[in-house]
Design a protein around this ligand. Structure first.
Ligand code: PXP
Length: 241
């Protein structure tokens, strides 16, 4: 069955908007787990706009499932990841001005630097994933630097789906080819970004899909339905594949 990782960053976005001590990402993680989430994802951004350092340590301590730690490939955050020892990390590109992670990481152009980071993390037993666009040359680069997994950026697919564009099919084909290339190279195949209750099904049809990481759509739905139901409803969709 396809696993569901729930990204809880936006619980912290809400908290930081008022510099309060609630709502608690820790409590959210626990509710998500109760509702069937297979892992919890959080992104400690360099600008600390939502999740804070103490959140990561507290969440790691309290989780019964797995912590997937999203991070930029920078020394400060690598040191934190080594201390936290999450189950997995997902290395993402990070730009200060962006609203969210806008594109995949260019692994191909930074193989030497990234392979050193991957080694450091893997040597301590952390599973390392790379957040990339669905491009074969990026998949090959991930295999070359000995990453364990790839997470394919589905943001472009989600945008095309929303406007009902005919180009959605070619983007789905790109993701499918990426899944085949990843599997051939023994890379774990994950996906995420921009996925919601309507557009997720087409991605679920991909073969060898291990896990989806979904945040914004679930937390937005939780405002009306509650977090437990919002997670449970997404789990229900994934369980059909
Ligand atoms: N995967 C990665 C690597 C991300 O950076 C994000 C966004 O933080 C997500 C998944 C979740 O995206 P969304 O919030 O659009 O579901």
């Amino acid at each position: 069955m396809i696993k569901l990782g729930v990204n809880i960053d936006h619980i912290a976005t809400l908290r930081q908007a008022r510099m309060e001590d609630f709502p608690s990402p820790l409590k959210a993680a626990s509710v998500c787990e109760k509702a069937g989430a297979d892992s919890i994802t959080t992104h400690l951004r360099e600008d600390r706009r939502h999740i804070q350092d103490r959140d990561i340590f507290e969440i790691k301590e309290s989780l019964r499932t797995r912590l997937n730690f999203e991070m930029a490939a920078c020394d400060e955050i690598v040191q934190i990841a080594l201390k936290v020892q999450p189950y997995s990390v997902c290395i993402v590109p990070e730009k200060r001005q962006e609203v969210t992670t806008e594109g995949g990481l260019d692994v191909f152009s930074q193989k030497k630097r990234l392979s050193e980071i991957v080694k450091k993390l893997r040597d301590t037993g952390i599973i390392v994933s790379m957040f990339i666009d669905p491009e074969i040359k990026q998949i090959e680069a991930c295999a070359d630097i000995k990453a364990d997994a790839v997470e394919i950026h589905t943001g472009k697919y989600a945008q095309l789906f929303k406007i009902n564009s005919p180009d959605v099919n070619s983007e789905l084909e790109r993701i499918k080819q990426a899944s085949i290339a990843a599997t051939e190279r023994k890379l774990i195949f994950n996906a995420g970004h921009g996925l919601d209750y309507k557009n997720v099904s087409k991605i679920c049809e991909m073969k060898n899909l291990n896990e989806l990481n979904i945040g914004f759509a679930i937390l937005a739905q939780a405002l009306f339905d509650g977090l437990e139901k919002a997670v449970g409803d997404m789990k229900e969709i994934l369980s059909q594949y």
